[in-house]
Design a protein around this ligand. Structure first.
Ligand code: PLP
Length: 402
């Protein structure tokens, strides 16, 4: 009997970054020496005290289901942390823990979007948002953010995109893939517009909040716009800040009705986040935060190295990103050039294949992030890999003929 898939799932794409990682793994397994810049996760190990706390929890027998919204100590710590960042007084009841920020974004949309409802996505955007919106029956409304605006949403563009059907604006700072970090005045300008449109909720995806460079710091939206707090969902997690991607633990904090609705979905799908991972997350928030400063310095050096080489490639333009761990170069200067074999590089996707075949370097094209012709390169890898991979890229690009 043929398998019949739902329209819901047939209408969405597989994650481009997960697909790229799989392709790299296959090529490496086949013996190809690929340098991988597709990685969307820290290459560093989870801090030892966090691992130790998880092991201790296991030994104590914390191997059972937890409450759907998460264990109390963790919800309290998250409420305290977000309270410090936002200046709001937040109760643990307004916090829900899930199996990664990804689950919480997905469930928040599922809990609040009806067919035809619109969700504003500033582009470039994280690859998963449009498909999550579609899964919920909603309509992604993509608003391009020009490189000349540092890839940030312009207030006038936000205003123009809002309709009576708009349910959400999803704001991601620091941004994957552009690395853009919104400052106070930029957030204030966007908040002033949202204040005039009470039907629009705001989701702030702050998963990269600690990964900011050059002394720039992430600003919590509620600290500049407390008036929006009753319709803001803060999303964050442990994956990027504490190198805990595999633990699958993240959180959301917002209006009680919405948080309880997300809880219903978790209760009917995954029950709760892993008990062991929650114990680890408690240790991450309670213990020394030195890891964050150490990793910030490591990533900043990697960013500088990668930016230095990539920006020197003829035909490539790239600003130095302020946060996250990606470079998002404009490669329009390479589109239209010819490979030595005669094939024309017709798009950023063609360039990705050319670099894979002729430089043994894996990157992702801008298409899945809503902006072409660009490439996304992750610098969450060693200095040695960055240097070798970028020099290989430069040599391969220099071989392209006008
Ligand atoms: N949001 C953004 C912008 C991301 O880049 C990612 C992971 O790549 C996530 C959310 C998901 O994070 P988590 O591992 O907590 O599910």
């Amino acid at each position: 009997m043929a398998v019949r898939l739902s329209n819901r799932v047939s209408g969405i794409n597989a994650s481009a970054s997960i697909a790229a990682r799989k392709r790299v793994a296959e090529l490496q397994a086949a013996g190809r020496d690929i340098i991988d810049f597709t990685i969307g996760e820290p290459d560093l190990d989870t801090p030892a005290h966090v691992v130790d706390a998880a092991v201790a929890a296991l030994r104590r027998g914390e191997t059972h289901y937890t409450p759907t919204a998460g264990i109390e100590p963790l919800r309290e710590l998250i409420a305290e942390k977000l309270g410090r960042d936002s200046g709001l007084s937040l109760s643990p009841e307004s916090v829900i823990v899930g199996s990664g920020a990804k689950q919480l974004i997905h469930d928040a949309l599922m809990a609040s979007v009806d067919p035809g409802d619109e969700v504003i996505l500033p582009a470039p955007y994280w690859v998963s948002y449009p498909d999550m919106v579609k899964l919920a029956g909603g309509v992604p409304v993509v608003v391009p953010c020009a490189e000349s605006d540092a890839f940030k949403l312009a207030p006038a563009a936000l205003e123009a995109a809002i309709t009576p059907r708009t349910r959400w604006l999803i704001l991601n700072s620091p941004n994957n893939p552009s690395g853009a970090v919104y400052g106070r005045s930029e957030l204030q300008a966007l908040a002033a517009i949202l204040e005039r449109h009470p039907q629009v909720m705001l989701m702030t995806d702050d998963i990269y909040e600690h990964l900011t460079y050059d002394g720039i710091r992430h600003v919590n939206m509620a600290s500049v716009a407390p008036g929006l707090a009753d319709r803001t969902l803060f999303v964050g997690g442990f994956s990027k800040s504490y190198a805990m991607t595999g633990w699958r633990v993240g959180y959301a904090c917002g209006p009680l009705e919405l948080v309880r609705a997300i809880g219903k979905l978790i209760g009917q799908s995954t029950t709760c986040a892993s008990s062991v991972s929650q114990a680890a997350a408690v240790a991450a928030l309670q213990g020394s935060q030195d890891f964050i400063e150490e990793t910030r310095a490591i990533y900043q050096a990697r960013r500088d190295l990668m930016h230095g080489i990539v920006s020197s490639i003829d035909g490539v333009r790239v600003a130095r990103p302020e946060g996250a761990f990606y470079l998002f170069p404009d490669v329009s200067g390479l589109v239209g050039r010819r490979a030595p074999s005669g094939e024309v590089i017709g798009s950023d996707a063609d360039l990705v294949m050319y670099l894979l075949d002729h430089a043994n370097v894996a990157v992702i094209d801008g298409g899945p992030y809503g902006m072409s012709p660009y490439l996304r390169l992750s610098y969450a890898t060693s200095m040695d890999a960055i240097e070798r991979g970028c020099l290989r890229m430069k040599a391969a690009c220099d071989r392209l003929l006008p």
